[in-house]
Design a protein around this ligand. Structure first.
Ligand SMILES: [Zn+2]
Length: 249
């Protein structure tokens, strides 16, 4: 009887030890995984980044009768991108984290659209952040063979240009795998006079992640895995930008 009790106690201890070892191994695995992620994205360490998923609330952005809504894709990719950036050690400020616009933060004397833009501008310029990225989806009726990402910057911003070029390079690389013969899919970063770019006090880029008017790309833009790929390309672009900056300063 005493022998059996002893055996029972030993077994019980072994089970406890096994569970403890399992917890330790899981903890170590997660620590190692996040340490690896931090190393891969080390230039992001300590950086402050504002992510601006375009539209939201009553403003769906580009949409069609199939139920596609740009505002949803913008938010999904931004949330995935935030995850990667935080893993890399960055601090992320979002202009919105749900299906609402940013009118609450804007000048109450302005009409809804301008109040929304004003709210985003304030968040961008009062954030003390290193960079600002606005995420959107493109639409170009009648151009079904045009796909891929367009990244815009303001002509007066050299660092905005560098940021846009780094993002465009990674996005082009990602989209290249999906490009079919005869399609226009690879696009250089270009200048634009959008309100947020024009009024940015920090390096800023506006990304049109793809075309909802391209039938296949529209389907992909709503696909979770494709969205993850876009987020990864954007995180890689940001890492390249901060690395370039560190090397050139
Ligand atoms: Zn948009």
């Amino acid at each position: 009887m005493a022998g059996r009790t002893l055996l029972f106690i030993i077994r019980k201890k072994m089970v406890v030890l096994f569970i403890a070892a399992l917890f330790l191994a899981t903890g170590l695995y997660h620590w190692a995984a996040s340490a690896l992620a931090r190393k891969a994205y080390y230039p992001l360490q300590g950086k402050k980044i504002v992510l601006d998923p375009g539209h939201g609330g009553v403003d769906s952005g580009a949409n069609d009768s199939s139920g596609f809504k740009e505002k949803t894709v913008n938010l999904e990719v931004a949330l995935k991108l935030r995850e990667l950036l935080v893993l890399g050690g960055a601090e992320v400020i979002m202009t919105r984290t749900d299906d609402s616009d940013v009118t609450e933060k804007g000048d109450p004397g302005k009409k809804r659209y301008h109040r929304d833009m004003d709210g985003r501008r304030k968040l961008m310029n009062e954030s003390g952040a290193d960079v600002f990225i606005s995420l959107h989806v493109n639409a170009c009726r009648g151009a079904h063979r045009t796909r891929g990402a367009f990244v815009y910057y303001h002509k007066n911003s050299e660092s905005g240009k560098m940021l846009a070029e780094c993002l465009a390079a990674q996005l082009n690389h990602y989209v290249a795998d999906y490009k079919k013969e005869g399609e226009l899919a690879i696009h250089k970063a270009c200048t634009a006079n959008y309100y947020l770019l024009r009024n940015a006090k920090i390096p800023a880029a506006l990304v049109e992640m793809g075309f909802m008017t391209h039938p296949e790309e529209k389907r992909l833009l709503s696909n979770k895995d494709y969205q993850k790929g876009l987020a990864k390309a954007l995180a890689d672009g940001l890492r390249d930008y901060f690395l370039n900056q560190a090397l050139s300063s």
